[in-house]
Design a protein around this ligand. Structure first.
Ligand code: NAD
Length: 324
């Protein structure tokens, strides 16, 4: 990370979706390399950030909505933004529950980010697509409205490069896990780790092979992607360390003997076998945390949080209910 740290030191980096899981880790890592994150989110809650970072004092936090173009342009201009990491989105279940809102946030909101960057001359842009995008139209997998939104974003990014030379790097994460992952259709493995630490039973509601990415690994790659301007509209998969849900369950039980974690249901409608070589080669990064180490680290963080009273049994019961 040292070249990346130098490139972003003292620079203002806008993070949309800052209150979310990946956003929290991006902020933590940016603070650690001396960049100046500017958080932008509908929510003013630093709850996820507080789980993972102790040094968010003085952070610029703008409560705003990416579906409002003026707000997006203003934050970029007011904070003299040097780079943008665009993470705000409504994940699969939320886009399905409200297709119009989902499309406004995921498609119109992303257009606002590109347009504001074009107007303000920002040329370091990384944004989150998903492995749900390459799954679209693949007969082996189910399509989702969210996947359609992500495909649209990737195509818009190509047009922004073609017509206006606005460069970007798209990262398609697999299933993110780790502290802070508490919502979305694939949050269950992380909820299982939390349930195990809390002594509660939990059934992961899907099975099969999954492309697991520890959230810190994801954050480092989004940060790497804005360290230099791209010279194209690039798209990369981020598949992390594919493993089966059964293996994950086994690792959790090794870490927490007697954990009441079971599995039920079909595989997720996402591939776990796309090529992951390009991203790390491009960024000069090497290797993901192994799934064993990622689970061990996550369980260690959850254990510490439970001991410090930062996670209550009631909260875990509520998460289990929402993610069953
Ligand atoms: N979590 C995963 O496994 C995963 C996998 C693939 C892709 N992604 C993508 O990565 C990105 C980040 O994922 P995450 O897990 O951190 O998501 P998350 O659901 O934890 O956080 C999303 C954040 O976006 C914010 N947001 C929603 N609508 C907004 C709006 N109109 N204006 C401003 N902020 C708004 C929410 O308040 C929330 O804090 C998303 O684009 C997601 O689609 C995530």
């Amino acid at each position: 990370m040292s070249g990346q740290a130098d490139a972003l030191k003292g620079k203002s980096v806008l993070i949309t979706g800052a209150a979310g899981c990946i956003g929290a880790w991006v902020i933590k890592e940016l603070l650690e390399i001396g960049a100046q994150p500017v958080a932008f989110d509908l929510s003013s809650s630093t709850a996820r950030l507080d789980l993972v970072s102790e040094s968010s004092y003085g952070l610029n936090w703008v409560q705003g909505d990416i579906t409002d173009y003026d707000q997006v342009l203003s934050v970029i201009q007011d904070y003299d933004i040097y780079a943008v990491i665009h993470l705000a989105a409504l994940q699969v279940p939320f886009a399905k529950a409200d297709p119009i809102k989902g499309t406004q946030v995921n498609v119109l909101g992303t257009t606002h980010i590109f347009e504001a960057c074009r107007q303000a001359g920002v040329n370091r842009i990384a944004y989150a697509s998903s492995i749900a995008a390459p799954a679209m139209g693949d007969n082996d997998h189910l399509d989702t409205l969210y996947g359609a939104h992500k495909v649209c974003n990737e195509q818009m990014a190509k047009v922004y490069w073609q017509d206006w030379q606005v460069p970007s790097i798209c990262i398609r994460p697999g299933v993110i896990y780790g502290p802070g992952r508490d919502q979305g259709m694939s949050a269950a493995p992380t909820i299982a780790m939390l349930a195990a630490v809390s002594g509660l039973n939990y059934t992961i509601p899907f099975s099969g092979q999954v492309a697991f990415v520890h959230v810190r690994d994801a954050a480092l790659r989004f940060i790497g992607a804005v360290s230099e301007p791209a010279n194209d509209a690039l798209v990369f998969d981020m598949q992390g360390t594919p493993a089966s849900v059964t293996e994950v369950c086994k690792i959790i039980k090794t870490q927490v003997p007697g954990a009441g974690i079971t599995i039920s249901g079909s595989p997720l409608p996402f591939p776990s076998d796309t090529d992951d070589g390009g991203l790390d080669n491009y960024l000069g990064l090497g290797g993901y945390l192994s799934i064993e180490q990622g689970i061990e680290d996550t369980i260690e963080v959850f254990t510490g949080l439970a001991q410090n009273g930062k996670i209550s049994i009631e909260k875990v019961e509520e998460l289990i209910k929402r993610n069953s």
